[in-house]
Design a protein around this ligand. Structure first.
Ligand SMILES: [Zn+2]
Ligand SMILES: [Zn+2]
Length: 332
């Protein structure tokens, strides 16, 4: 079968590899669609992935069952969570796999067939198109939805989203749908245009204006919530400067840089709450499915579709920072 091999330094080759076989508790899935995620770009541009690829948002048809798998059949349509829980700890009982200490990550989904844990599969009802199945099983809606459940604890009307990659754009769709006024901030004119099309109240070109001053002035002193979705230290700092007193800062973008914050000025004296939100809880799938059925226009997030064999081209496009969600179709 065909699979993408990340060779490092932004090189990708389509290689022939043996069809993977599911182990105990696992299933093999023939990929119909896999999505590109911003978290793959570091490895893509850097060291690569000698044994395969970082694809972790996939949907397809169950093609083989490992030993002991119940509840799934060959031929089932499934969307897959990249994170699988151990299945028996206190968090897994509540289907909060991301909190499980023994959770597992499954990758290499940019391939005609991939293997994952059976308990990481969501059955996709027939009214859910494949593209939507990928979006509501993976990061694309998962992160914005999970974030929205945490933000719901606070009084929020205005939301400033720093960074309009797929996660930031997903936040624009989600928060706009919830009736919030969303300000989207990015350097890319294409991504700002996408955000406007998704209903953003305002967008800001971070190169042309002082984003912090602009957010403060548009919101009369600061946004109720600032979402860091660029994965950069500078935008993390800006979130604290652009949020109102008593407001909330959310971290979605991952990075390893240190950010200097003042406990007194950034937190205590302004009653600021800051939290991180990672992926989604497996058990939140049904709520996301219900939102889709109610009209959440999450499918609009997909801007490009390419065959698996054009994987190199797909990543070149995505890495240019001008797209929404990019999908690979697994038929080769
Ligand atoms: Zn991801
Ligand atoms: Zn567990």
């Amino acid at each position: 079968m065909k699979s993408l091999l990340f060779q490092g330094q932004s090189a990708i080759e389509v290689v022939e590899v043996p069809v993977p076989l599911p182990g105990p508790g696992q299933v093999a899935i023939d990929t119909v669609a896999s999505a590109l995620c911003g978290s793959e770009l570091h490895g893509y541009a850097g060291p690569g992935f000698p044994s395969g690829n970082f694809g972790h948002e996939g949907a397809g048809v169950v093609s083989a069952l490992g030993a002991g798998v119940t509840g799934l059949r060959v031929g089932d349509r499934v969307g897959v969570s990249a994170i699988a829980g151990c299945g028996h700890c206190r968090y897994c009982e509540r289907r909060q796999y991301t909190w499980c200490a023994d959770r597992q990550f499954h990758g290499s989904m940019h391939a005609q067939t991939f293997v994952t844990a059976a308990n990481a599969c969501h059955l996709l009802p027939d009214d859910v198109p494949w593209e939507v199945g990928v979006l509501i099983s993976g990061d694309a809606l998962g992160v914005p939805y999970h974030t929205s459940t945490m933000l719901a604890r606070y009084p929020v009307d205005t939301v400033a989203v720093f960074g309009l990659g797929p996660i930031g754009l997903g936040q624009v769709i989600m928060q706009t749908y919830l009736g919030k006024r969303v300000i989207g901030i990015d350097l890319s004119p294409e991504r700002r245009a996408l955000a406007e099309g998704y209903g953003a109240w305002r967008t800001l070109d971070a190169k042309a204006v002082d984003a912090v001053e602009a957010v403060r002035s548009l919101t009369g002193g600061g946004a109720d919530a600032c979402v860091e979705a660029a994965g950069r230290a500078v935008t993390a700092k800006q979130c604290f400067a652009a949020v109102r007193t008593g407001g909330v800062v959310v971290f979605n973008g991952e990075h390893q840089h240190n950010v200097e914050l003042s406990i007194s000025e950034d937190f205590i004296r302004r009653d600021i709450t800051a939290f991180g939100a990672w992926f989604y809880h497996f058990g939140e799938f049904d709520a996301m499915l219900a939102l889709y059925r109610q009209g959440l226009p999450i499918a609009r997030l997909v801007t490009h579709r390419l065959p698996l064999t054009s994987g190199a081209e797909a990543f070149r496009l995505f890495a240019s920072g001008r797209t929404g969600k990019v999908l690979l179709t697994g038929s080769g």
